[in-house]
Design a protein around this ligand. Structure first.
Ligand code: FAD
Length: 492
């Protein structure tokens, strides 16, 4: 988030002095690290939770359109940076990986059919294919189909130009670009531990180097708190009125990982299924091809867990330290009303390797226990906020919170996360730099970086076509998803 905002600001105002503070010894080692997230370029091609069923049995596709449009903005910005040679070759951070949805059972097949009818014809989802034919589905995803009961009703959709993104590599490249520019300072192994608004309207940011007790101070006109799960604590430390009442609910994640080349080579897709009842939306199971720093692997998960830490390398005291009189009631109300979620988390935490393998075998029937190991993913802190009716509510999206005077902003929440960074950081700019955003200079630059900025791709098929022609070819995403060669005999 911070590297995206940094690059946007650097492009909009090359003279701006920017300091980035990172408490670890490198950037992008928390949720943004390639192994800590699923690397899905969320475009609603395969994620069934973005198209929920309505009470009358219809499909609500509004979120799917919003997320698709948001990812298109992200792709435009990355393409622009490639054209500017501000980013290295696209394969260092993005790879074409078909996005598939896969379901079984009459009810789920009927749902997927309706979902396809609702979005498949729209220009945003152009190229989406639907099939209930096991032979076609086997061609798309052999590991998922081999060993499956032939009598089982199944259905799938596929979008070939889906993506696998190494957000860690991308962030490091963006920070590298910033380091090569003037007036940029990166403080690694430095923690922000205090924020104070001075009488002149500037922020006094207190920073401490690891292993030292001495504080340094940075004086800034504007502060962005892109501290991942820890953003809530820093937002609270800022004391801005807009932070009152917010709390956080941490959910950790785990994956099953397989790096055996003979298995990995048989799957080139992100295959998303349906979440179980009570599961938070970001816990939809999926079997993914991952390409991280040149290494190919299969990931299955996520399996949720519970810890009181707000960062993977955080403190067990994080949750308790975030409790304030103003967020206690919303947090208690959420705790008292989220039975399905709590039951789901307890079940997940109690799982053995055999249980997790059984979950995997629903997607990959021939999977063998010895080929898969468990890895810990990053930490997500879901937003808890006041609700006039219910007292408190739990939200699974991301939210930009900003001070009324635009001098500080924070990003809370982590889903759909890194895929929507550009939209989220544009919101920060709109909220905190409204006059500059309205200036002819910034408007022109924004149009150059994100040609669809201020226009609707959902309503403008021709504009989307032109934009995709550029982004898909610049980022090497065309001619993607050559169908997997279904092996005659499974090697597993
Ligand atoms: C299991 C899992 C799966 C996910 N899958 C996807 C996916 O498929 N697609 C997708 O788009 N998104 C996904 N996400 C979400 C995505 O990873 C996050 O939204 C995104 O990486 C968050 O970026 P960030 O910069 O806000 O936070 P982070 O990457 O967590 O970075 C925050 C940084 O702030 C630093 N920091 C914290 N406190 C301080 C302090 N006091 N002083 C200085 N530095 C500090 C941390 O060390 C860290 O480097 C997933 C997340 C998880 C956990």
């Amino acid at each position: 988030m911070s590297s995206t905002l940094g690059v946007l600001l650097r492009q909009l105002d090359p003279l701006l002095t920017i300091t980035m503070v990172e408490k670890l010894d490198d950037v992008a080692e928390e949720s943004t690290s390639g192994w800590n997230n699923a690397g899905t370029g969320h475009a609603a091609y395969c994620e069934l939770n973005y198209t929920p069923e309505t009470a009358d049995g219809g499909i609500d596709a509004s979120k799917a359109f919003a997320i698709n449009e948001s990812f298109e903005r992200t792709l435009q910005f990355w393409s622009y940076l490639i054209h500017q040679q501000a980013l290295p070759e696209p394969t260092s951070f993005i790879n074409a990986t078909p996005h598939l949805s896969f379901v079984w059972g009459e009810k789920n097949v009927s749902f997927l059919r309706k979902r396809f009818a609702a979005i498949g014809e729209h220009h945003m989802f152009a190229g989406m294919e639907y099939s209930e034919d096991p032979a076609v589905l086997r061609e798309w995803m052999p590991l998922v189909m081999d060993g499956r009961d032939p009598a089982q009703p199944v259905a799938g959709t596929r979008v070939k130009h889906g993506t696998d993104v190494n957000f860690g590599s991308l962030s490091r490249s963006m920070v590298g670009y910033l380091q090569n520019s003037d007036n940029f300072d990166l403080l690694l192994k430095h923690s922000i531990h205090g924020l104070e608004k001075q009488s002149d309207g500037k922020w006094r940011v207190s920073v401490r180097e690891s292993g030292s007790f001495a504080s340094k101070h940075i004086i800034a006109d504007f502060v962005f708190l892109g501290a991942g799960g820890a953003a809530l604590q820093l937002l609270q430390a800022s004391g801005i009125a807009e932070s009152v009442g917010y709390g956080g609910f941490p959910v950790s994640g785990q994956w099953l990982v397989c790096k055996k080349p003979e298995i990995v080579s048989q799957h080139l897709a992100k295959v998303y299924g349906k979440a179980s009842i009570g599961a938070p939306p970001m816990s939809v199971p999926h079997l993914d091809t991952r390409i991280i720093d040149g290494e190919k692997a299969l990931l299955f998960g996520p399996f949720a867990g519970f810890t009181t830490k707000f960062l993977k390398r955080g403190s067990f005291m994080d949750l308790f330290a975030s409790i304030r009189p103003a967020n206690l009631w919303p947090m208690l109300k959420v705790g008292m009303s989220s039975f399905d979620l709590i039951r789901y988390l307890i079940t997940e935490v109690m799982q053995s390797h055999a249980d997790r393998m059984n979950a995997l075998r629903e997607y990959f029937p021939n999977a063998k226990d010895e080929d898969w190991t468990l890895a810990t993913a990053g930490q997500r802190v879901q937003i808890i906020k006041k609700d006039p009716q219910k007292g408190g509510k739990l939200e699974f999206g991301t939210e930009v919170i900003s001070a009324a005077d635009g001098s500080l902003a924070a990003l809370l929440g982590a889903s759909p996360g890194a895929s929507v960074t550009v939209t989220a950081m544009l919101q920060v700019l709109e909220k905190c730099f409204p006059e500059k955003m309205a200036s002819a200079e910034w408007k022109a630059k924004l149009k150059e970086m994100i040609p669809s900025y201020g226009r609707s791709l959902t309503n403008d098929a021709e504009l989307l076509k032109q934009i995709r022609q550029d982004t898909l070819s610049t980022l090497g995403l065309i001619d993607t998803g050559e169908t997997m060669q279904a092996p005659e005999a499974a090697v597993v």
